[in-house]
Design a protein around this ligand. Sequence first.
Ligand code: URP
Ligand code: ZN
Ligand code: ZN
Length: 496
Amino acid sequence: MSPSVVIRGGKVVNHDFTEKADVLIEGGKIKEVGHDLPVPKGATVLDATHKLVIPGGIDTHTHMQLPFMGQVAIDDFYSGTRAAVAGGTTMIIDFVIPQKGEGLLGAYDKWRGWADPKVCVDFSFHVAVTWWSDEVKRDMETLVKERGVNSFKIFMAYKGVFQLDDSQMIEVFKTCRELGALAMVHAENGDMVAELQQKMKTLGIMGPEGHALSRPEIVEAEAVNRAIMLSNQSHCPLYVVHVMSKSAADSITLNRQKGQVVFGEPIAASLGTDGTNYFHKCWAHAAGHVLSPPLRPDPTTPMYLMQQLANGNLDCVGTDNCTFNTAQKAVGKDDFTKIPNGVNGVEDRMSIVWTKGVCAGLIDECKFVEVTSSKAAKIFNLYPKKGRVAVGSDADLVVWDTSASRMISKDTHHQAVNFNIFEGQTVFGKPVHVISGGHVVLQDGELKVSRGHGNYIPRQAHCSHVYNILRHREKTEQPVPVTRGPYTGPVAEPAK
Ligand code: URP
Ligand code: ZN
Ligand code: ZN
């Protein structure tokens, strides 16, 4: 049983209102939100004067210790979630990614075995579908009904490894629809990427710039558009992970305007830096920024994506945190197609959004809470257990100092990786105190995390935030046959 905690004198910020109030925490839950709350005997009192009290951040997209491209991501479920706390994030949703031919249930169990003893915050899992069979379909059903998984990711890229073709994607979308799950997509045309990679090599381009050049925006936008068409024709809601370009964001906006049910997730990387880094003279610097889809060389992209979050065309911010040390990246030193894909973000996400969003005058503190926490909780069916400061919600809270600033550096960050894509940037907004499940895990800026403290959070299918509109629409848009008399004229014989 966790001890009582009282957060005193702060401004409570939810996505829809703010109020000056104290917060009382007992038994891991928020017990009371109100003025001048009495302090129970033995309670820890945290001062939040001149600070915000916000729901803990939810990172919708991480890959801790992912085995990928011949390496294992260096930030594991301990260092990764410890760094998350340092940045104000109290829940991650990681991806179980089975190899082709591997059972989804077995992969899920393996990931739980990795995560359970190490996590410092609550976590949940999306599961990737990397091949298709009746067994996969059965596993999806078991995962939904018995393991609390309500979201499945499809890769349209990584040809020959994880990529599904259109007919397989349709099967996954239909199955998600039957199960009431949310489909997620890594949107890039993998066949075109493979073609362009070969072209770059023929031109003698072997460095990290080849990564960006072989994955132009149109390759992302085409896949976004195709995925939305296929999923919505299957009456399945879609969530586009790691939205990296203006064109991809525009495709989501356009389809939404036509009434398609699609959500978009920019990441800390796409909001906080850009693809000019691939053309840097230092190989390690350029390779350190390699992820897929790539950062875009157009330096106005980050602000554009933040504007789309501000106006509601995009939904919530993840990170795609998947970190590899420079030596790991260097397995691709002579061939950009071999550089392990992935970058950091789990620690810096909240500060990046505060700086590029609130400090830039594009969003207010309510929208900040929405895009870093509440909307994710809604889309993935965690709300209001997560994503809200309210009586009965989990006590995952952050006391956020809006006036604090810091310079991001690999030398001071808490992640295990020896590189930081935001190196040298001064960011604003910082957690002073972080509470996870009622436990103070960061106090006055000092980490107090423990391995295995976090819990696996199962998530129910048929999430109303995602499915209600589709169900209503289905009733009004059900095709009906035309009533007409029978055709009575001649019928031709089949040709011989
Ligand atoms: O480059 C990336 N994004 N690495 C992680 C795997 C994925 O595609 O999400
Ligand atoms: Zn991906
Ligand atoms: Zn990812």
